[in-house]
Ligand binder design. Structure first.
Ligand SMILES: [Zn+2]
Length: 328
């Protein structure tokens, strides 16, 4: 099954392609044939975003429906690399993750390091190893229902969980060990907590048929802002990994940098970073919440990185943890 189908000749403007043969996302009114819903809920519960628990729970990827089954009804859709990249991680011990068997590929697109993740596989291709170059369309595994959650994925809900994400900090294992010494981390820096997903359906819809040149950087920079946070730090991994998200500031160019202002989206993705000069900031707390977009907080509450106490906005413990990991 694990043969390279390798769709070569990358098309201008194309970034990611569908990880299975299911492309119903592109057919109007056929969303229910593309997304796998959670039980008793509409297809939208299989999309990315604040789509679960009445909007309070984030689903960080797409649950893409199975098209092919064997005699026992088990899913057998080949799962393919959504873009050219390198194998970053393959978990072949499904008991160790709610993702079950999963693969992470690393891509460089539009000058940005971005990862794709394929979860609940029944099988990860045997010869797949860290560092392998994978072309778009190469088969990396077979759709399945693996997961270590108490409630298993039913036959009816067979799907691949597909994410496109940015990595918060390559030093995640050290950060985790320091902050959660009693908790296991079985997946090194490929722990789900270390990734922040964006909506893959936007990337999949930006297909070459649309005739437009898609820019991942433009897409990221165009996220709706939930809040702005100032951190009095001048060197952390995100700055080096996502240099293209930094906006130039003539004042800090002239005076030097004393900290960074981060624009975060509802999920906590730092999609724009502005260096700030000493004359532009208040030297106080190491992490300062500067502004809040309440309309976005109301529209997408599931990131849970902010709350309001006695009329005053503050970062939640989750929000503080995110900034701490980002700047560790
Ligand atoms: Zn999912």
């Amino acid at each position: 099954m694990c043969l390279a189908l390798g769709l070569v000749s990358p098309i201008l403007g194309e970034t990611f392609t569908f990880p299975t043969a299911n492309k119903f996302l592109l057919t109007p009114e056929r969303e229910a044939d593309f997304f796998t819903a959670t039980s008793g809920k509409p297809w939208s519960s299989g999309t990315y975003g604040c789509v679960r628990s009445e909007g309070w729970q984030l689903h960080e990827g797409l649950d893409i429906k199975c098209l092919e089954r064997d005699d026992r009804g088990e899913p057998i859709d080949p799962v393919m690399a959504s873009a050219e990249g390198f194998v970053e991680y393959a978990n072949r011990n499904p008991a160790l993750s709610n993702y079950g068997n999963y693969v992470i590929l690393k891509h460089r697109i539009d000058g940005l390091e971005v990862f794709s993740l394929y979860a609940h596989l029944s099988l990860v291709c045997e010869d797949l190893a860290k560092g392998d170059l994978i072309r778009k369309g190469d088969v990396i595994g077979i759709m399945g229902r693996t997961s270590n959650t108490q409630e298993s994925i039913s036959l009816a809900r067979a799907h691949v969980h597909f994410e496109v994400a940015l990595q918060l900090n390559e030093r995640f294992p050290e950060w985790h060990e320091k902050n959660f010494p009693d908790q296991r981390n079985d997946h090194d820096r490929w722990n789900g907590q270390n990734f922040i997903g964006v909506d893959p359906s936007v990337l999949l819809r930006a297909s070459p048929q649309a005739g437009m040149e898609f820019s991942l950087r433009r897409y990221l920079r165009g996220q709706t802002e939930l809040c702005r946070v100032l951190v009095l730090e001048t060197d952390f991994p995100w700055l080096r990994q996502y240099t293209r998200l930094i906006r130039r500031n003539p004042v800090s160019d002239a005076e030097g940098v004393a900290g960074y202002e981060l624009a975060l989206n509802f999920a906590g993705l730092p999609f724009e970073l502005i260096p700030r000069a000493p004359s532009e900031i208040d030297f106080g707390e190491r992490v300062q919440l500067l502004t809040v977009n309440k309309a976005e907080k109301d529209a997408n509450p599931c990131g849970r990185i902010l709350n309001q106490e006695e009329g005053k906005w503050r970062l939640t413990n989750k929000g503080m943890r995110l900034i701490d990991l980002l700047t560790y």
